[in-house]
Design a protein around this ligand. Sequence first.
Ligand SMILES: [Zn+2]
Length: 196
Amino acid sequence: MLNKEFKRKDVERMRNLIKGKSGESAETQVGYTSKKEDRKEGDVWEENGKKWIIKDGIKQTYTKLDEIKKEAILPLFCPNCGTLMKKRNDSKMYKLHKKCFDCVIEMEHKLKIEGKYEEYEKNMMANNAEDYINDFESYLLEALNTSNTQFVSEAGEVERWKGGIDKEKLSKEIKQAASEFRESINKFRNKTNDQA
Ligand SMILES: [Zn+2]
């Protein structure tokens, strides 16, 4: 078992990180040998050939953020029907289906007529759950690899351990848990497809 050290000053430090005041009241820890520069919210820098940023108090790669941004950008025209996407629901639908709201309505209407709507709906649910697990897994693995002395728990709290953490063991555990989730999602997906 790891020797967990979670003190009042850690809570305070986390609070400062969230408020964008990283560094304030953070003490040098015994056994913490690696040089650490104080970073604050929005800081961007390069390290080990990667671009990093402090976002929401958490160190993360800048590239990933770029990809998320790209993903969220709405093209002017629907790739499916070519009309201008300017309606309120277009952006939400594009993120999910890569087409405009009207195209999604039409597609779903067609599926209802063909009796395939329920299968489609359940697949959408399975896909969403899968996306969530994949994101959560990579978030945890990334958080784990940014520091040797802290770990972001499931509840989003930063926890610290004396003497560092066993990255290999924790990575394995995270991957194991994620693959179990994916397995149950697949079971759910296959079950619905058989019934349909
Ligand atoms: Zn369209």
